[in-house]
Design a protein around this ligand. Structure first.
Ligand SMILES: *[C@@H]1O[C@H](CO)[C@@H](O)[C@H](O)[C@H]1NC(C)=O
Ligand SMILES: *[C@@H]1O[C@H](CO)[C@@H](O)[C@H](O)[C@H]1NC(C)=O
Ligand SMILES: *[C@@H]1O[C@H](CO)[C@@H](O)[C@H](O)[C@H]1NC(C)=O
Ligand SMILES: *[C@@H]1O[C@H](CO)[C@@H](O)[C@H](O)[C@H]1NC(C)=O
Ligand SMILES: *[C@@H]1O[C@H](CO)[C@@H](O)[C@H](O)[C@H]1NC(C)=O
Ligand SMILES: *[C@@H]1O[C@H](CO)[C@@H](O)[C@H](O)[C@H]1NC(C)=O
Ligand SMILES: *[C@@H]1O[C@H](CO)[C@@H](O)[C@H](O)[C@H]1NC(C)=O
Ligand SMILES: *[C@@H]1O[C@H](CO)[C@@H](O)[C@H](O)[C@H]1NC(C)=O
Ligand SMILES: *[C@@H]1O[C@H](CO)[C@@H](O)[C@H](O)[C@H]1NC(C)=O
Ligand SMILES: *[C@@H]1O[C@H](CO)[C@@H](O)[C@H](O)[C@H]1NC(C)=O
Ligand SMILES: *[C@@H]1O[C@H](CO)[C@@H](O)[C@H](O)[C@H]1NC(C)=O
Length: 623
């Protein structure tokens, strides 16, 4: 009898859980309360968007194939959507958190995202996607660790450190939005934040008093560690001795940390550097790179990089960590510089003197492109699966379609300042595209996005690319704007096969990197230049493509790629989740959400009852 009751309970419990998860793989869960808090990162009090009171938000820490559940409660005074750029959401654009795939979460509502980080590793971040909210915060790191059975292509680092850098305005996102909507440029940012904090006071004239800065604490290699190793050896096996010796040989010069650096800013490309330390590039947006040292590194808006940094200095003082504006006149933009401190536990004093210098090649544009061109895939390293990253021979696959996407500087359309891609300034979607498809809503969007710039007047529209499932496409991003741009695509990782200045032509194909091009999800496009990418369209759904530069994105520089299997068999794409929200033309299908005190009491009672019944069943079972 007791056994029966227990089994029934377990069955119910399994049934409940299995509606939430995908078979077998472990689940990580988070509760995100998104709200305004007052902070003064640059000395001026302002409302920033925090998650569970933290700014930046907590780290989402998952492992390949984990199911991720994030219950987001919107405590802002406006709509919210959280998005996970770079998380590929296989067959599941329902969780992407952009207006073309999700109805917004209204103020004071909550909504639970559920997805699997399938066949993926790497460093990413999450952020809000609507209304320029990222300019006020709401972002945090999203890490997907390797499974234990797949070795990372370097010695296990002594620590994992997240660094979020980004330009920052003392005006909040609503004020910035008002400026953009009235045709103004956002102008120069007021500073650069590092992990939500303002600059260290490296110069008393340039940095006002009373600003909190970030300190990254590290340990050098100490004798105590070596001692510990020796003890381990006495009690250990020969095998372990060998491992220890290997590890010591690899890092005899000091402890090595993995720094995951993300540019979560509004629109400024940043140069990242650490005084007296090399940055050994190892990974970007989910792929291991050929390992190379740099003294400074350019990180564009929306990009993520992992560097190994060895604490091999003598700690006569602390060291500066700098993120400064790049591709602008740096003598005018001096205040747009983030400064944090790298503090060794044996440091003998504060960092002093001038900051390490930024590269001075800014007006030598050819030199400026040398760095991004040097980023290569390590084809022999394993990524998410135990096979080499280079085993997908993208260079020998025939291209099925070519798109040329040209961006122009903002100009006036219907009396409003707008930004365009191929002459179209995207208008926000009211009814998410796949939901509109399923419910046969007419006119929610058009499938007529042109595959090259057309000679016709600029327009505002909901034009989407009609792409072929399983196609292998070439996309040329042609930047005819005057500012550096970061192009991002959701749902995919793409191969960056070439970039150059001037106008792209077919003859440029002869110089594509067909062997070890890096695969990533956000790439820079130089002003007056182009970047060519290749994408294998194997992930069905509707996927946003946009400029990560928030001003341009807000002004309409985005579209979607609709990738649908014409022979949909229920397996190429997931069905909408049970909690799908309805809006726009489907508004009437949406049930209201209650958040009264009575409800939460009821919920607490039912949780208590569940816990009680579980305890009871277990108790009876044991008896
Ligand atoms: C943003 O700034 C504007 C203008 O300074 C102010 O009116 C508004 O209340 C602020 N919004 C929030 C959410 O703090
Ligand atoms: C993430 O989780 C792994 C264990 O799964 C742990 O080793 C690592 O320190 C965690 N990282 C962060 C940043 O919390
Ligand atoms: C809202 O959050 C509660 C728990 O806080 C959860 O039980 C409920 O499922 C969530 N609602 C939605 C629509 O995700
Ligand atoms: C590439 O990865 C392999 C395999 O993990 C590693 O042994 C090698 O050092 C890496 N090569 C470079 C140049 O980074
Ligand atoms: C601080 O910055 C100002 C302006 O760039 C410069 O003139 C001055 O020399 C700097 N002071 C120090 C101590 O470096
Ligand atoms: C990178 O620089 C460090 C010193 O900071 C050095 O130990 C290491 O060998 C260099 N690695 C490569 C691949 O150049
Ligand atoms: C520590 O390193 C710095 C910079 O490399 C050097 O100027 C200084 O003399 C060194 N100090 C000691 C005590 O070795
Ligand atoms: C940068 O700005 C300064 C100050 O206005 C000016 O003197 C300098 O010529 C500018 N540099 C370039 C290369 O435009
Ligand atoms: C690619 O196209 C070429 C010429 O059009 C053809 O000969 C070749 O078989 C194609 N390769 C594949 C893998 O389809
Ligand atoms: C979209 O493309 C498919 C072929 O890939 C074609 O059959 C269909 O008619 C296109 N739809 C529109 C609206 O152009
Ligand atoms: C934009 O295109 C025009 C015409 O091709 C060209 O003259 C101009 O230099 C371009 N500007 C940029 C910033 O690419």
């Amino acid at each position: 009898m007791a056994l029966l009751r227990f089994s029934v309970f377990v069955l119910i419990h399994i049934a409940l859980v299995s509606t939430l998860c995908f078979a077998g793989d472990p689940t990580v869960s988070y509760n995100f309360k998104v709200s305004y808090v007052t902070a003064s990162p640059l000395g001026v009090p302002q409302q920033v968007i925090a998650i569970n009171g933290e700014f930046p938000g907590p780290v989402i820490n998952a492992t390949t194939n984990n199911n991720v559940i994030i219950n987001v409660r919107n405590e802002l005074d406006e709509n919210l959507l959280m998005t996970w750029p770079g998380i590929q959401l296989r067959r599941n654009s329902w969780q992407d958190g952009v207006l073309g795939t999700n109805c917004p979460i209204p103020a004071k509502w909550n909504w639970t995202y559920q997805f699997q980080v399938k066949d993926q590793i790497g460093s990413y971040f999450y952020s809000p996607s609507l209304n320029l909210q990222r300019a006020s915060g709401g972002f945090g790191a999203f890490i997907v660790n390797n499974r234990a059975v797949i070795a990372i292509p370097f010695a296990q680092p002594d620590g994992d450190i997240v660094i979020m850098i980004g330009d920052w305005y003392t005006q909040n996102h609503t004020a910035l939005r008002t400026a953009l909507d009235s045709g103004k440029d956002l102008g120069m940012p007021d500073g650069v934040l590092i992990n939500g904090k303002g600059p260290y006071r490296y110069n008393t004239t340039l940095v006002p008093d009373g600003i909190k800065h970030e300190t990254i604490n590290v340990d050098p290699d100490t004798d105590a560690d070596r001692c510990l190793c020796a003890i381990t050896y006495i009690y250990g096996k020969w095998f372990e001795l060998f491992e220890i010796l290997m590890a010591l040989a690899q890092r005899s010069a000091g402890k090595t940390y993995r720094l995951r650096v993300h540019n979560v800013g509004t629109s400024t490309s940043l140069n990242f550097r650490i005084q007296n330390h090399n940055l050994l590039l190892v990974e970007t947006e989910g792929h291991y790179t050929v390992q190379q040292n740099y003294t400074s590194f350019e990180i564009h808006v929306g990009q993520s990089y992992s560097f190994l940094v060895t604490m091999d200095q003598n700690a006569t003082s602390d060291y500066y960590i700098v993120a400064s504006a790049r591709f602008v006149n740096e003598s005018i933009w001096q205040r747009v510089t983030g400064v944090a401190i790298l503090h060794y536990s044996n440091s003998k004093g504060p960092a002093t003197g001038p900051l390490p210098e930024a590269p001075s090649d800014i007006y030598n544009q050819w030199a400026a492109m040398t760095q991004p061109r040097s980023i290569r895939l390590n084809t022999s390293a394993s990524g998410a699966r135990p096979n080499p990253q280079g085993s997908f021979h993208y260079g020998s696959i025939n291209v099925t379609d070519t798109y040329v996407l040209r961006s122009l500087p903002p100009s006036t359309i219907d009396g409003k300042l707008r930004a365009t891609l191929n002459g179209i300034s995207f208008v926000n979607i009211d009814t998410p595209i796949r939901l509109a498809d399923q419910h046969k809503v007419k006119g929610a969007y058009k499938l007529d996005f042109p595959n090259k710039p057309l000679d016709r007047p600029l327009r505002m529209d909901r034009s989407v690319l009609n792409s072929t499932y399983k196609g292998f496409i070439e996309v040329i991003l042609q930047n005819n704007d005057t500012k550096m741009q970061s192009f991002h695509m959701d749902g995919y990782s793409f191969f960056v096969v070439a970039m150059d200045f001037g106008i792209w032509s077919e003859s440029n194909r002869n110089n594509y990197n067909k062997w070890d091009a890096i695969s990533r999800c956000t790439v820079e496009v130089y002003p007056g230049g182009w970047t060519a990418i290749l994408i294998s369209l194997d992930n069905a759904g509707v996927w946003n493509m946009r400029m990560e530069n928030l001003d341009r994105w807000h002004l309409g520089q985005e579209t979607y790629m609709r990738v649908v299997n014409p022979e949909e068999n229920g397996e190429t794409e997931m069905a909408p989740p049970d909690n799908v929200l309805y809006c726009g033309a489907l508004q009437d299908l949406q049930k209201p959400q209650h958040h009264s005190a009575a409800m939460s009491i009821l919920r607490r009672i039912s949780t208590t009852f569940l816990t009680f019944s579980l305890a009871l069943s277990v108790g009876i079972f044991i008896l």
